[in-house]
Ligand binder design. Structure first.
Ligand code: AKB
Length: 316
């Protein structure tokens, strides 16, 4: 396998690159980065290239240089930054994907592309959100996710491109910070709990959203890509779920380890985004088709996050 990860310095990309290198060999996984510097682990463990997905020639050069057969295209502007700069969100999220799919058509490589719970909108059923339902997202990020899903399906149907996708929930991780999403509170809260013992939350206490711990996200992504082609029945994007919780529920869980921890709620513009997203996703199709199963529940995720972050912040 010869893999290219576009967005290898991002929250998911930095962990996925390392995980893929462990599985398939360091030299078989090229980390594609842009302006954000990669982690030391990504930088020192295998090949690194500048790859801006908006620049098709740049992607093509790397695909040819390494005879790439699989691309994980993760470069994307998230929901909150996307609302601040919708033009850039459209450009990066849509044109970047189209370039990758166009090259996949020519070079025959397999593609992974992340969609999100943001693909749903205020008209979508918010509990047990079905695989196929009303979408109508209200953010530019969500619009690029729905359009991207349709584009993936089109390239599969029309040109036979083997493109696979997951609708990620909010991903919680301790290695690399996320870059401007609505679910970011669920990571910030851990840093602030350990460093300050208090947190100002930008969502309301009862804003339940679908979430997932990073090891589960890694597993889902790799399992989906390793599944036999005939098992993949959805070529837009699969609903993917693990746990759903509100800020207050997460706070209560953290408080079990840090009893003096305090929280205040000061909802900002991100509240409206959260209110337009599902609370609990039905991912039975992914479980049925290619055997998806999550491992971490809220207490296990919280315990592991606190342990790993304390080590990282030198407060173990
Ligand atoms: C965001 O909050 O924008 C992302 C997402 C749910 O896609 N984490």
């Amino acid at each position: 396998m010869k893999i290219l990860v576009i967005g290898a310095a991002g929250q998911i990309g930095s962990e996925l690159t390392v995980e893929l290198r462990k599985r398939y060999g360091n030299n078989n996984v090229v980390a594609g980065i842009r302006k954000t510097p990669p982690s030391e682990e990504v930088k020192n463990s295998g090949p690194l290239e500048i790859v801006d997905a908006i620049n098709k020639d740049e992607v093509e050069r790397v695909v040819k240089k390494y005879s790439i057969d699989t691309v994980f295209h993760l470069a994307s502007l998230l929901s909150a930054v996307g609302e601040k700069n919708p033009d850039l969100a459209w450009d990066v999220n849509m044109n970047g994907l189209k370039n990758v799919l166009d090259l996949a058509k020519v070079y025959g490589f397999k593609v992974f592309w992340p969609s999100s719970i943001a693909a749903f909108g205020p008209d979508t059923p918010r509990v047990k959100t079905p695989q196929t339902t009303v979408m109508n997202p209200s953010t530019m990020y969500g619009i690029t996710k729905v359009a991207g899903e349709l584009l993936c399906n089109y390239y599969f149907q029309k040109f036979g491109v083997d493109v696979r996708s997951l609708r990620y929930p909010g991903i919680i991780s301790y290695k690399t910070l996320p870059g401007g999403g609505t679910t970011d509170y669920a990571i910030e809260i851990f840093y602030e709990a350990i460093k300050k013992g208090s947190y100002n939350c930008f969502l309301k206490s009862d804003s339940t959203l679908p979430m997932m711990y990073m090891p589960d996200a890694m597993k889902a992504t790799i399992d989906l890509m390793e599944a036999n082609k005939d098992k993949i029945k959805v070529r837009t994007s699969y609903n993917l779920a693990a746990i759903s919780f509100s800020p207050e529920e997460l706070y209560s869980e953290i408080k079990k380890s840090i009893p003096d921890f305090k929280i205040k709620y000061a909802p900002d513009f991100r509240q409206k985004i959260a209110d337009s997203w599902p609370k609990i996703i039905d991912d039975s199709k992914a479980r049925q088709d290619w055997g998806w199963k999550h491992e971490y529940d809220l207490p296990e995720m919280t315990k592991d996050m606190l342990e790993k972050l304390r080590e990282k912040l030198g407060q173990a």
